[in-house]
Design a binder for this molecule. Structure first.
Ligand SMILES: NC(=O)c1ccc[n+]([C@@H]2O[C@H](COP(=O)([O-])OP(=O)(O)OC[C@H]3O[C@@H](n4cnc5c(N)ncnc54)[C@H](OP(=O)(O)O)[C@@H]3O)[C@@H](O)[C@H]2O)c1
Length: 273
């Protein structure tokens, strides 16, 4: 009975992870959300999910250490004290830095500071506590895999080669968590725990529905660079496509294959699109 803990299952990629992993009744899938009643309602109204008894929703803001600790304790009660997979998916995709380069952001120093702090709270510090709190369960599990959802935008080579100037603060927070993943791997590889920073590709979760013409133009220039990088790129994946690909990568990655501490994409490589 493989067990999974996935953070941020209220919507987007996390909800799709919940949907796909729980489709196998032998999996126990524990989703962590900020608003349990809202996600319970969503699941109960979802024709595919509503009768699945292997779904457990727990409430924790991933920036709240004590709430995460309580979620780890509740998980232990559900699984009998073990865990096979931890997927740190919850994250902040900031809007403030999405459309302007870092030099422009400097004209709003207070907002810049606030956004960077918020990004590090959830995308970095929250993941460190999440991993540390669930490690005792993972060490008693069979599979011992920790996946932190990152982004190809945190890749230095890609950024430098294509002068990707947008998403600077967000990308920095994900680059930081990539190193956190590598450091956890450095400590726990000998115990058989695989740590992976995994980019899900560019995924349409509805973030960019209501853009101003200026924002659309900024996005357009980024998409032109993406097309330059990956001529086959035709636009974002659906959450279903992305998670299907990510699950394959998670299943196939191993310490033996050299993936300990790796930063790779839904394609299982360092191709991000
Ligand atoms: N979409 C893409 O193209 C893309 C590309 C690369 C990487 N990613 C990464 O994929 C992950 C999922 O993002 P998404 O695209 O699915 O975006 P999303 O639709 O905005 O979902 C973000 C999820 O994170 C949760 N969350 C945010 N802050 C939280 C906190 N403090 N505590 C607990 N949960 C929190 C949200 O919960 P609430 O509902 O409570 O807000 C939501 O479930 C993120 O780590 C993101 O950086 C996405």
């Amino acid at each position: 009975m493989p067990s999974y803990v996935i953070t941020g299952v209220s919507r987007g990629i996390g909800y799709e992870f919940l949907r796909q992993y729980s489709s196998d009744p032998s999996n126990t899938v524990i989703g962590i959300v900020r608003n349990k009643p809202a996600t319970d309602k969503k699941v109960s109204e979802d024709a595919d999910l509503k009768d699945r008894t292997n779904i457990h929703i727990l409430e924790a803001d991933c920036t709240d250490y004590n709430a995460l600790k309580a979620a780890a304790e509740a998980t232990a009660k559900i699984t009998g004290g073990t865990l096979d997979y931890l997927i740190g998916n919850a994250g902040l995709v900031s809007k403030f830095d999405a459309f302007d380069p870092i030099g422009e952001l400097g004209k709003q120093p207070e907002l810049l500071t606030k956004t960077l702090r918020e990004l590090f709270e959830i995308n970095v510090i929250g993941q460190v506590h999440l991993i540390n709190l669930f490690l005792p369960l993972l060490l008693k599990g069979q599979t011992k895999k920790v996946v932190i959802v990152s982004t190809g935008l945190a890749d230095f080579e890609l950024t430098n080669k294509y002068d990707l100037e947008l998403g600077s603060l967000y990308s920095a927070s994900k680059a930081a968590v990539n190193m956190i993943v590598a450091k956890f791997s450095a400590q726990y590889k000998k115990d058989g725990v695989l740590f992976l920073a995994l980019s899900p590709g560019m995924v349409d979760v509805g973030h960019y529905k209501e853009l101003t013409p200026e924002q659309l133009q900024a996005m357009g220039s980024m998409l032109t660079k993406f097309a330059d990088y990956a001529p086959h790129f035709k636009g974002p994946l659906t959450p279903e496509q992305s998670v299907t690909a990510c699950r394959k990568v998670i299943a196939e990655a191993s310490i033996e294959k050299g993936n300990g501490g790796d930063f790779i994409s839904h394609l299982g490589t360092k191709r991000w699109l």
